[in-house]
Design a protein around this ligand. Structure first.
Ligand code: SF4
Length: 354
């Protein structure tokens, strides 16, 4: 796991520009190898009978209705906890740097995510440009804060989802989606009639408003959620303006767990079709209070909640302006977090450094 990290992935996944704007012939060229009958046969054997919730939501009209309500909220945008109330529909960019037009950095099969999402043919990952978290150590800062990406429309996003499914990907993995939720729901609504049927993975920083998450109830199959900080001062320091992160993230975790429950892989395929998967990136010096994160999860969510304790922190972007986080973590720091998690009673841990 994480042999191919996100930075490596973003540098090598040059699929998207060729996928969409260049037109259908090139789309077929990019994915031609994955449409070989042998691949399709193998792919079909790994597909479950699981039907994603968004399919039913499309048929009831709820998917489109929710997407349109959220789209209109961009007029005084309050889609994320920053509540900056920017009129994105008039072309202005909010605190997250997003306006109303969809901007995407890359889309491709990704093999660096958790094994239950990657399977044999990869997780169909779509990286959205811009982000409201503004982390000073962001490893994907070119995309999240420097605006790397291109504009696409909702129909093109739907086509990307369908192409990832045709390629054999086991899910649609939307990365940093919060500021583009309206577009995502409307794209799903257009993709369902054309056959989209793979699970939707909502890959989030964890800084999500509960009332917005409620719009995703019945639509998202898997929440893949960071739990970054349990300390408000650290949240404000390393994600400027996100002092409320611990409180917001705790409420978000409860809501996500309410919607999809504990994540357990399918016994036959080993793939994840539903549930909450939490990620926690251990940082140097316990500045983010990983111990509190683990105890909070153990005390407020089921003990078998899926928790991936990640060790790959690398000082990037502005991290060198903060001496205390300008280094990688030690083995001892990582093991201390694992010990706390185990002592707190968590039983469904995914570990990296040993
Ligand atoms: S999603 Fe962006 S524009 Fe909307 S409230 Fe958050 S920071 Fe502001």
């Amino acid at each position: 796991m994480y042999k191919h990290n996100r930075r490596h992935f973003l540098r090598t996944a040059a699929v998207l520009p060729a996928m969409t704007l260049a037109g259908q012939p090139l789309i077929k060229g990019v994915f031609a190898n994955m449409e070989h009958p042998e691949n399709l046969n193998a792919m079909n054997k790994t597909r479950s009978s699981h039907t994603p919730g968004y399919v039913q939501m499309h048929h009831s009209g709820e998917l489109k209705a929710r997407g349109e309500i959220l789209y209109e909220r961009m007029r005084h945008c309050d889609l994320c906890p920053r509540d900056c109330e920017t009129d994105r529909l008039s072309g202005l960019r909010g605190d997250c740097s997003a306006h109303a037009d969809l901007e995407i950095s890359s889309a491709s099969a990704h093999f660096g995510e958790e094994s239950e999402l990657v399977g044999r043919f990869g997780s169909g990952t779509i990286f959205f440009t811009n982000c409201s978290m503004l982390c000073v150590f962001c490893i994907n800062y070119e995309v999240s804060q420097l605006g790397h990406g291109r504009q696409y429309n909702i129909r093109q996003l739907a086509d990307m989802m369908l192409l990832l499914q045709r390629r054999g990907c086991h899910n649609i993995n939307i990365v940093t989606p919060s500021h583009y939720i309206p577009h995502i729901l409307l794209a799903l609504d257009r993709a369902v009639p054309d056959g989209l049927r793979i699970p939707l993975v909502y890959n989030t920083s964890g800084w999500e408003k509960t009332e917005v998450l409620e719009f995703l109830d019945g639509i998202v199959d898997v929440y893949l959620a960071d739990f970054k900080y349990a300390d408000a001062d650290a949240a404000d320091k390393y994600s400027p303006g996100a002092r409320c992160y611990p409180e917001v993230a705790q409420k978000a975790m409860l809501e996500m767990n309410r919607q999809v429950g504990v994540a357990h892989p399918d016994e036959d395929s080993g793939l994840m079709y539903r549930g909450l998967m939490i990620r926690h990136l251990v940082m140097p010096g316990n500045v983010i209070r990983s111990d509190r994160v683990m105890r909070w999860i153990a005390n407020n969510l089921p003990k078998d909640t899926y928790v991936n304790i990640m060790s790959q922190y690398t000082p990037m972007f502005k991290a060198h302006d903060y001496p205390e986080i300008a280094r990688r973590i030690t083995r001892s720091e990582y093991n201390n977090v694992v010990s706390v998690a185990r002592s707190a009673g968590l039983t469904n841990l995914r570990l990296q450094m040993r």
